[in-house]
Design a protein around this ligand. Sequence first.
Ligand SMILES: NC(=O)c1ccc[n+]([C@@H]2O[C@H](COP(=O)([O-])OP(=O)(O)OC[C@H]3O[C@@H](n4cnc5c(N)ncnc54)[C@H](OP(=O)(O)O)[C@@H]3O)[C@@H](O)[C@H]2O)c1
Length: 349
Amino acid sequence: MSTEGLPAGLAGVMNRKIVLRQRPVGLVQPDDVELVSEPLPVPGPGEALVKVGWLGIDASVRTWLSKGEGYLPPVGIGEVVRCSGIGRVVASNSERLPVGTLAYSLPGWAEYAVLADDPMLTTPLPDDADPRSMISLYGSVGATAWMGIVDVANVEEGDTVVVSAAAGATGSIACQIAKNLGARVVGICGTDEKCRWLTEDLGLDAAINHRTADLPAALKEACPQRVDVYFDNVGGPILEAVLGRLARGARVALCGAISTYNATERPPGPATYTNLITARARMEGFLSIDIVPRYGEIAMELAAMVAAGKLQHREQVYEGLDAAPTALNAMFTGDNIGKILIRVDPDAT
Ligand SMILES: NC(=O)c1ccc[n+]([C@@H]2O[C@H](COP(=O)([O-])OP(=O)(O)OC[C@H]3O[C@@H](n4cnc5c(N)ncnc54)[C@H](OP(=O)(O)O)[C@@H]3O)[C@@H](O)[C@H]2O)c1
């Protein structure tokens, strides 16, 4: 590939990117992906070349490596692993994305990426935006938590709200939005350290370690009035346990089902789903990509909570593109608290 058409300062610069070699079974193994080095791609008409500063690791990255159809098509063999991130435009044929623009997009696991000028996929950010908090709070993380708690579950003061993967990126924000609305909030997570963070730092009313607790018994103790709202990030046995404890008129917001993303066979359905009938409850899935035009308005709401000292977020930073497979696997082994970020450009702040 020729580097003609790139600014002189980029002459000879190579791009490192991680491509999919074979579809993983379970966790991503070293042979499933390959780090390749190539000359910088040249942006075509209406496109821009971005130098990636930060990547945000989402559970959806793992779903895109499998064959099934999701809300985006699977990553093809030989293609760069799809992932969201933020970088600065270094060469451009796009009026909306001039050189120097900070852009939130889907650059993938790469040091440089060509971005299409598609408003649904690429958002120019204000020059002084903080890329880290845009990924870990004010972008899709906060919007997903908001959509599930406010739009889908209609959480009200006095509700008992249960959130799974509660110490993760989305879960920890969902818990705090519910607390801000006056709910009684119980988090489910996978270590005692996470439980302590949820109750001592974030002010949750109770936290349950799903790896050590008898879940139905622990839910009964933590939710004596049963569960009005369940924000589900994990599916599987935890969903089954919480459905068994629903209150009348409960709302179950289906955000994700991470316990199933590595599965090689379709997992069994929750045996307790008939409680939806007796509890006159409803269960509703949602995708935050449907509310992209509202991200800015939601970010303002979250920023007000942060300013009032009523919302905090946490990040777990991995250094360098090579760490991407390890960082992705950490979500499935539960080795993360808060949002997983990768600093791709060592100079990115
Ligand atoms: N609907 C949407 O628009 C949307 C948008 C973004 C994300 N999501 C979904 O939101 C969920 C959370 O994503 P995130 O990016 O915020 O990840 P995250 O919560 O930061 O990390 C994932 C967490 O899931 C838990 N987990 C992993 N495997 C599990 C298992 N087998 N059983 C129980 N818990 C397990 C682990 O926590 P513990 O070990 O502490 O349990 C892990 O820390 C995912 O399901 C994702 O697909 C949905």
